[in-house]
Design a protein around this ligand. Structure first.
Ligand code: AMP
Ligand code: MG
Length: 330
C-alpha cells in the first residue's frame, strides 16, 4: 500500500504540472506594432498560448483597415474613390460605408466642423511629410470641394461616389477609432473577453482586467511629462484625444498643426491645445474629438453636453481645463 502510494504521488504531480503548464492562468499580454503611420498597441487578457493567436488576428484586422482607408496607398479603396471623383461610383467594402456614414453623422452634428472632404487641403499643408503653408489662392480654390451633399453612398450596390472632380475624402480624423472598434470585434470573436486597443491616442476598451477591475486609461498631459492629466476607469468604452501637438510644424515662430477649420482650411485656432472625448465607441470618440477641437471650448462644450453618451474634456492653451458635467473626475 505504502509503495503504491509513493508511485501515485509523483505521477499525479506530473499530470498536474503539465496541465498547469498548458492552461496557465489568464494574464495581461500586449504587443505594439507600427501601422497607419503610428503605434498600435493591442492588450488582451488571455493565456499565453491563446494571446499570440489573438494578437495576430488583431493586427491582421489593423492591416486590413489600413488597406481600405489609407490615403497614402494608391491601391486603397479610399484612393480609388478619390481618383474616380466626378467620374464614377466605386465598389467598396462594407466597413468603408459604415465608417463614412459615421463621418457624415459627426459632420452633420458638428455643423460642418468635422468635414471628411478636407482631404485635398490636408494634402496641401503636407503635414507631417512635406510641410508648407499654402497660399490664399490655393486654399480658396478648394472651398468648392467641401460640399457633403456631393458624397453619394449607395448601400445596396455597395458604392461610394464623389460627384465633383478634384474632391477627395480623408478619413484620418475618424478611422483610427473605427479601427480600434473593429479589432475589439475580432478579439471577441476569438474568445478574448477583455482588453484594450490603442491606435495612437484613440483607445477602445472591453471587459475587465484579470482581477475583475476596470481598465485604467490615462489622458495624456498636453504640457508633457509622464504623469497623466486624468485617469479614467473604463470597461466597455472609448476615449480619444485630439491635440495641436500631435502633428505640426513651426515656421517663423508660428505653429501649424494638422486639424483644419473647414471654414478657413487653416489650422483651427480656438485657444485649445487638446480635447479628449469619452464615448461608447471608438469611432464616435475619434470623430467628436476632432470635431470639438475645431469648434472650440464654447460651442464644443455645448454640443458635447447635448449629445447622449458623449463627455468631453477641453485643455486650453493657458492650461485651463473645462469638462462636460458628466465627465468622470478622479
Ligand atoms: P485626429 O488626430 O483624430 O484629430 O485627426 C486629425 C486628422 O484628421 C488630420 O491629420 C487630417 O487628416 C484630418 N482632419 C483635419 N481637419 C479635419 C476636419 N476639420 N474634419 C475632419 N478631418 C480633419
Ligand atoms: Mg479624431
Amino acid at each position: 500500500m505504502l509503495r503504491a502510494g509513493l508511485l501515485v504521488g509523483p505521477l499525479v504531480g506530473l499530470v498536474i504540472g503539465l496541465w498547469g503548464c498548458q492552461q496557465g492562468s489568464p494574464k495581461i499580454v500586449h504587443r505594439s506594432e507600427l501601422h497607419m503611420g503610428t503605434t498600435v498597441t493591442i492588450t488582451v487578457v488571455a493565456r499565453e498560448d491563446e494571446a499570440k493567436y489573438a494578437l495576430d488576428m488583431g493586427f491582421a484586422e489593423v492591416a486590413a483597415m489600413e488597406a481600405v482607408f489609407s490615403s497614402y496607398r494608391a491601391d486603397s479603396h479610399l484612393s480609388k474613390v478619390n481618383t474616380a471623383a466626378g467620374d464614377e461610383p466605386v465598389l467598396v467594402p462594407e466597413s468603408f460605408i459604415v465608417l463614412l456614414k459615421h463621418a457624415l453623422l459627426v459632420a452633420r452634428q458638428s455643423g460642418g466642423a468635422f468635414n471628411p472632404l478636407v482631404g485635398p487641403a490636408v494634402k496641401r499643408w503636407g503635414i507631417p511629410e512635406a510641410p508648407r503653408v499654402p497660399s490664399d489662392a490655393e486654399l480658396n480654390a478648394l472651398h468648392s470641394l467641401l460640399d457633403l451633399a456631393e458624397v453619394h453612398i449607395n448601400p445596396i450596390r455597395g458604392t461610394v461616389y464623389l460627384s465633383r472632380p478634384g474632391m477627395a475624402l480623408g478619413l484620418g480624423g475618424i478611422a483610427k477609432g473605427f479601427t480600434a472598434d473593429r479589432v475589439v470585434v475580432r478579439l471577441k470573436e476569438h474568445g478574448i473577453n477583455g482588453g484594450i486597443v490603442a491606435v495612437a491616442g484613440d483607445v477602445t476598451t472591453f471587459g475587465l482586467r484579470p482581477d475583475g477591475t476596470p481598465w485604467r486609461i490615462g489622458v495624456r498631459n498636453p504640457q508633457g511629462g509622464d504623469a497623466p492629466l486624468r485617469q479614467l476607469a473604463l470597461t466597455d468604452g472609448a476615449v480619444s484625444t485630439s491635440g495641436d501637438y500631435e502633428r505640426f510644424f513651426e515656421l517663423d515662430g508660428v505653429r501649424y498643426h494638422h486639424i483644419l477649420d473647414p471654414r478657413t482650411l487653416r489650422p483651427a485656432r480656438v485657444g485649445l491645445t487638446a480635447v479628449s472625448v469619452l464615448a461608447p465607441s471608438g469611432v464616435l470618440a475619434d470623430g467628436y474629438a476632432t470635431a470639438l477641437f475645431v469648434m472650440g471650448p464654447k460651442a464644443g462644450l455645448a454640443l458635447a453636453e447635448h449629445l447622449e453618451g458623449i463627455e468631453a474634456l477641453f485643455v486650453a492653451d493657458t492650461g485651463a481645463i473645462i469638462s462636460t458635467s458628466g465627465w468622470p473626475d478622479g
